[in-house]
Design a protein around this ligand. Structure first.
Ligand SMILES: O=C(O)CCC(=O)C(=O)O
Length: 294
């Protein structure tokens, strides 16, 4: 009998444009990779001008109980309200270009297979000096990581386009290299960055670079210490096969909707809504809210 390769869905074929063998090695080794000079000078300038034109809003804080991640409290984490993809022209252009950027498409192809899709985003993280960091996290059930017969298998994967430099000692995005293959739960004190800081790597990269990581790799945000404002745009992608058949509700609710039990309704919902699927643990209040968007 012919042995079938692991990639039976043919999500990677001989024609697939992939990231380099070195990048694939590094990504598999540590769970992230930095791609240099992804954005052109024009894209970078326009994206920054777009952010300058916005009134940034305060975003939730994510440092939790951590005393180490709490900044000097001189500023708060900022974000943009509304979709960056829907900004007036030409401001929307660089964000639409980043959505499927020729310089990072090869990476998504290798990591998620062709057919990858935007799961959520793009979102802005802006931090001024003194801003608190965010708890380390990773290893979601939505983002496993394994490698078989030449193919990476993972889930939620982040491309973080830097619009400002993140240099040594500045803080910002950080990872625990290799943790995407960890078998044991990360100690709470490490997640709070209160212990084992020497195992946490502050990722340094320049404006225009892209930091790509799987959410399976434990990562977080270190308090921002630089004089300039941190600016990163995050796009979160998922493997296309996470909703293989594309089934579920897409049009108006069927007439028999109200005859169904909540579990039956939940089974009919659109795929790819891992964090919003109706479960007690989500504080699920009923299907009414979802009904409106169905
Ligand atoms: O860039 C950062 O500060 C980390 C972002 C993060 O934790 C996430 O996207 O889950």
């Amino acid at each position: 009998m012919t042995e079938l390769p692991a990639n039976t869905s043919r999500s990677i074929t001989e024609e697939t444009v992939e990231m380099s063998a070195d990048e694939k090695f590094l990504f598999d080794l540590v769970g992230f990779v930095v791609v240099r000079d992804v954005l052109s000078k024009q894209q970078l300038e326009l994206a920054n001008a777009a952010i300058d034109s916005l009134e940034l809003t305060q975003s939730p804080e994510y440092f939790g109980e951590s005393t180490a991640l709490k900044g000097e409290n001189r500023s708060t984490r900022l974000s943009s309200s509304g979709s960056l993809l829907e900004l007036p022209k030409p401001f929307c252009d660089p964000f639409r270009e980043m959505l499927a950027h020729p310089n990072t498409i090869p990476h998504l192809n290798t990591i998620l297979g062709e057919g990858w899709r935007l799961d959520h985003g793009p979102g802005l993280i802006a931090m001024d000096k003194g801003c608190s960091g965010g708890m380390l996290h990773g290893n979601f059930d939505n983002a496993p990581y394994f490698y078989r017969e030449g193919k990476i298998f993972t889930g939620l994967c982040v491309i973080e386009y830097l619009l400002a430099d993140e240099g040594p000692g500045d803080g910002g995005v950080s990872v625990v290299p290799g943790s995407h293959k960890a078998n044991l739960a990360c100690p709470k004190k490490m997640l709070r960055w209160e212990r084992y800081q020497e195992y946490v790597t502050e990722v340094n990269a320049k404006a225009g670079d892209a930091v790509i990581f799987t959410e399976a790799c434990t990562h977080g945000t270190l308090p921002w210490k630089a004089d300039h404002q941190r600016r990163a745009i995050l796009y979160k992608y998922n493997a296309g096969h996470m909703s293989w058949g594309g089934g579920g509700m897409s049009g108006p609710l069927p007439e028999y909707w109200d005859d169904l039990t909540e579990s039956q309704q939940a089974a009919l919902l659109l795929p790819s809504h891992h964090s919003r699927r109706p479960k007690q643990s989500n504080g699920y209040q009923g299907l009414d809210a979802i009904k409106e968007s169905a």
